[in-house]
Design a protein around this ligand. Structure first.
Ligand code: TMP
Length: 203
């Protein structure tokens, strides 16, 4: 089972992941938790470059760095786990690239498809998208220390990302479920748990 978690800055992914980790542990459900960018040693180096706000990257260079991170991630962590029938939950994956580099950085979908499709990345069985109004998310994210290269962007960038996620979720409603992240942490967790358990029971 391959599950991904998506959302813009401050949408509550980290909080949800902590609750899910505890829940799976207490209920003896084995899950490998991973993330993008930066899950592998090589990816961690790429993540540093990607988040460094002193570096200016062309959107296509940025995409290549993210795809290099994903190639390492899929080859070294995701595919080996899926081949052993293990459950994997990744904090961000393919949809982030369509939302951030596609809508955010304005690379058109055809161009992104040309870069991504030949790489034959596995498609998630379920994607949970945490949706939050942009300003609310940014206020939450600003409460943390130091903004990174993405968090420093203008509000329009994040509006395009949110709209793109909502469109992706509408278009691929079998795979992507949306959770309203203005709900309490507990409600968000209960909904995510329900969607994940339903998928696990189906398989
Ligand atoms: P994080 O803050 O969730 O760890 O993610 C780091 C940043 O990387 C986040 O601002 C979104 C960005 N990102 C992309 O722009 N495209 C991608 O494909 C991925 C995986 C992440």
């Amino acid at each position: 089972m391959f599950i991904t978690l998506e959302g813009s800055e401050g949408a509550g992914k980290s909080t949800l992941i902590e609750s899910l980790k505890k829940y799976f542990l207490n209920n003896n459900i084995e899950f490998i938790f991973t993330k993008e960018p930066g899950a592998t040693e090589e990816g961690a180096e790429l993540r540093k470059l990607l988040l460094d706000k002193t570096i200016e990257l062309d959107p296509i260079s940025e995409t290549f760095l993210l795809l290099a991170d994903r190639i390492e991630h899929v080859k070294k962590i995701i595919n080996p786990a899926l081949e052993e029938n293990k459950n994997v939950l990744s904090d961000r994956y393919l949809d982030s690239t369509y939302a951030y580099q596609g809508a955010g950085r304005k690379i058109n979908k055809e161009e992104l498809d040309k870069l991504i499709k030949p790489l034959k990345f596995p498609v998630p069985d379920l994607t949970i998208y945490l949706d939050l109004p942009v300003e609310e998310g940014l206020n939450r994210a600003k409460g943390r220390d130091g903004l990174d290269r993405f968090e420093e962007e203008e509000i329009d960038f994040f509006e395009r990302i949110r709209n793109s996620y909502l469109k992706l979720a509408k278009k691929d409603s079998k795979r992507i479920v949306t959770i309203d992240s203005t709900k309490s942490e507990k409600e968000v967790f209960e909904l995510a748990k329900k969607y994940i358990e339903k998928k696990l029971n189906e398989s």
